[in-house]
Ligand binder design. Structure first.
Ligand code: RP5
Length: 166
């Protein structure tokens, strides 16, 4: 059963959204992934968001660009957490997507990550699931420890080789 649902407004969002999927796969968490446009097929979108809770979904990760209403409308219909990923755009550099997603009216929260911040969206979703899953919490702690070791190893190399090697 998919605990996390990844949804995006277009297949053009896939290169970014794939980064969220990769993190979930790394942690062995089941997810579903859908391309659904809230604007171009509102009926399909409505059915998706309305049925997510009964399908067992605990967190929705929604990515969209331009007038990015997908995450906000997910939050209007789905009673559990929604994480929004604003897509970078050619015309406005993703500020359009960011403002559309982050400026939610009071009462309908969307946890908005950085422009193209799919990796953090997945990690945030995992942290939400980890509230009730001690094994997942341990895996997240190990992930953080690995990150720390990687930075330490880079610094150790810098101390050995000096800046010229970079
Ligand atoms: C949004 O419009 C999508 O999320 C995408 O980021 C943007 C452009 O969509 P396409 O024209 O590439 O399908 O709905």
């Amino acid at each position: 059963m998919a605990l996390i649902s990844i949804v995006m407004g277009s297949d053009s969002d896939m290169p970014v959204m794939n980064k969220a999927a990769q993190v979930l796969e790394e942690f062995g968490i089941e997810y579903e992934a859908r391309i659904i446009s809230a604007h171009r097929e509102p009926d399909v979108f409505f059915e998706y968001a309305r049925s997510a809770e009964s399908r067992g979904v605990k967190v929705i990760i929604a990515g969209a660009g331009m007038a990015a209403h997908l995450p906000g409308m997910c939050a209007a219909l789905f009673p559990l957490p929604v994480i929004g990923i604003p897509m970078h755009t050619k015309s406005l550099g993703g500020r359009d997507s960011l403002y559309s997603i982050v400026q939610m009216p009071p009462g309908i929260p969307v946890a908005t990550v950085a422009i193209d911040g799919a990796k953090n969206a997945a990690l945030l979703a995992l942290k939400m699931l980890a509230i009730g899953d001690p094994a997942l919490l341990e895996a997240l702690k190990e992930y953080s420890a690995r990150q720390k070791s990687e930075v330490e190893a880079k610094d150790a190399r810098l101390q050995e080789t000096g800046c010229g090697a970079y």
